[in-house]
Design a protein around this ligand. Structure first.
Ligand code: AMP
Length: 577
């Protein structure tokens, strides 16, 4: 397939903001897409590999500027000047390529294969001369690109495609393109089946291959694969044990809700252990002790376990809140020191696969029984989650109180008969925690400080997720809770550190204000929600306070506009009474 066609489809998709129109455009495109070209779907999502693959393009604005300069023969300084004026590096590349093309003859046309081939070399490069090599692979593409191709190529490189396509848009387009759907209900059912195939495989091109045949049964057969990350099952919230029993029926399982981070543990039949976060990131290297515990204390030839890792204090043996151990997830160096300083205990609460067989469709009761058989309880290393199975509200309440006393967040209530549904927020696994006003939001903008904070970003615009459109909508600004100075003390983050984290994702600057690509997720507390015309969500948080970075949370799992709307209504109800 010629890349030219891809640029055309990018253009078409970017030309409308209406989701349904995007779906129709995509559906037509999918109908003509040949099997051998299916990897173009990764490019449509701004990626080069399936979602389960960790290799990302990872090119900074600075490197892209160097490549544009080299490819077009215009000085870096002038490229930056154009960037400041236009605010979109892709458009800069388009403009400068146009200028250059008038002077030279167009070389061989760019194919999708060539684009993927060169882009895939970028994350592989390491060591001396890496930057030069990266630039030369990009320049090779840019010099054969048409102006419009240069635009999308550069946007792909810096991870800011701006065509408004998510996995869910491709999912819905597949439902339209390949299945004979008659009404909205049926459309949703098919879309759910496709979604479940995506959640199991995390490979949109693989799902396309199967969906294309138009058989729902085939979609259901897409297997889980040990060694490849899988999306986790998510919980819904209820406000009391009583509500939980009402939803699930009696008896049900009740477990501690540990205040740590989700860890998916894979062991393959060749005795390799891999650890993934709920963001599908491979964190095996960061947790060598967990690999050892799994090999020593879990029986089985191959398996996938779902667990929560929690930090504890080696001396007092008290559990620590998440923010104190979050740094272990991202740390790539001095891992041994950090392992000593911030040890974790793994609490296993589910199993998805065992000795060559998927257990997704087995009832939870069977899965939890199996865990108890195969995990040897080794406190402060690896254990089965604390659990009771009961039909007594009193007993459940006692257990809940005990969980809170043990410094955990609350409890989970789980139906004994339910299957494991990767990627879904299900009504058969419920979380209960004391009323607390906290949200997980993403930073989409910031402002440079003045005075002693000059040079650092010091006020951060937060956004929630609008699940209808996939857009991130602003809900307020936070500056409180962030430290003035970096310190070795665990937990907090300083303005300087946060600025460094955000810098690679700055999209544009205007005066002291910067726009930031939604990447960095943070937890905040707040006092109240207000209606506000100043923010695109229509709501503003009063007195938000930063509490933790959430490197483990994917963007799809941050607080949604609907949740904020519901909380606002609840709050209104309370102030009225
Ligand atoms: P939330 O992150 O607030 O949506 O709450 C659900 C999270 O609780 C899950 O994603 C897990 O990371 C965590 N969790 C802690 N303990 C358990 C447990 N026993 N069963 C399931 N999830 C748990």
């Amino acid at each position: 397939m010629l890349y030219k066609n891809l640029a055309e489809i990018y253009e078409a998709l970017g030309s409308t903001t209406k989701r349904l129109e995007k779906i129709d455009i995509l559906a037509d495109f999918l109908k003509t897409l040949k099997q051998e070209d299916k990897e173009v779907l990764y490019l449509l999502l701004g990626d080069i590999y399936p979602a389960y693959d960790e290799r990302k393009i990872g090119i900074s604005n600075q490197l892209a500027i160097k490549a544009i300069s080299k490819a077009t023969g215009i000085s870096e300084k002038d490229v930056v000047k154009e960037w400041k004026a236009i605010g979109d590096l892709g458009k800069v590349a388009e403009k400068l390529t146009k200028k250059k093309k008038q002077a030279t003859l167009h070389t061989s046309p760019l194919t999708t294969q060539k684009v993927l081939e060169n882009l895939r070399k970028l994350p592989e490069l390491e060591g001396k001369g890496t930057i030069e090599k990266k630039i030369s692979f990009i320049v090779e593409l840019l010099t054969s690109a048409l102006p419009i191709e240069a635009l999308y190529l550069v946007r792909t490189l810096i991870g800011d495609l701006r065509i408004g396509i998510q996995e869910s848009t491709i999912r819905d387009a597949m439902a339209v393109a390949f299945f004979d759907v008659k009404d909205a209900k049926q459309k949703k059912e098919i879309a759910d089946k496709i979604q479940s195939a995506i959640d199991r495989s995390n490979d949109i091109a693989l799902v396309f291959d199967i969906a294309k045949k138009g058989k729902v049964k085939d979609l259901e057969k897409i297997p889980v694969q040990v060694g490849k990350p899988i999306k986790v099952m998510l919980a819904q919230k209820v406000s009391s044990i009583k509500d939980g029993f009402e939803k699930l029926g009696k008896p049900c399982a009740i477990e501690y809700k540990y205040d740590g981070f989700r860890l998916l543990i894979h062991k393959t039949s060749d005795n390799e252990v891999k650890l993934f976060t709920r963001r599908l990131e491979n964190v095996t290297k960061q947790f060598p002790e967990v690999v050892e515990y799994v090999k020593k204390y879990v029986k089985g030839d191959s398996f996938i376990l779902d667990a929560e890792a929690i930090g504890f204090d080696r001396k007092t043996k008290r559990y620590k809140p998440f923010q104190e151990i979050s740094q272990r997830i991202k740390r790539k160096y001095h891992i041994e020191e950090l392992e000593k300083e911030l040890p974790v205990e793994v609490n296993v609460f589910d199993i998805l696969y065992y000795n060559g067989k998927s257990l997704l469709d087995e009832p939870f009761k069977k899965r939890t029984e199996l865990i108890k058989k195969i995990v040897e309880n080794k406190p402060f290393k690896i254990v089965c989650s604390k659990q009771i199975i009961t039909d007594s509200e009193k007993e459940a309440e006692r257990f809940y109180k005990k969980a809170l006393k043990d410094n955990q967040e609350g409890v989970m209530m789980k139906s004994l008969s339910a299957a494991y549904q990767p990627g879904s927020r299900v009504g058969h696994m419920l979380k209960i925690k004391p009323e607390e006003k906290d949200y997980d939001l993403v930073i989409v903008g910031a402002e440079y400080g003045t005075g002693k904070r000059a040079g650092w970003l010091s006020s951060f615009i937060l956004a929630c997720l609008d699940t209808e459109t996939g857009k991130f909508l602003e809900v307020g600004k936070v500056g409180t809770g962030i430290k003035e100075k970096s310190s070795a003390e665990s937990g907090g983050i300083s303005f300087e550190e946060l600025t460094e984290k955000l810098k690679p994702y700055i999209i544009s600057e205007k005066g002291r204000e910067v726009k930031i690509k939604p990447k960095i997720v943070v937890s905040v507390t707040y006092q109240e929600i207000q209606k506000s015309p100043n923010y695109s969500s229509g709501f503003a948080l009063r007195f938000p306070r930063f509490t933790a970075l959430r490197p483990d949370k994917p963007l799809s799992e941050i607080t949604t506009l609907n949740e904020i709307r519901e909380d606002y209504e609840k709050q209104r109800g309370k102030t009225k009474s």
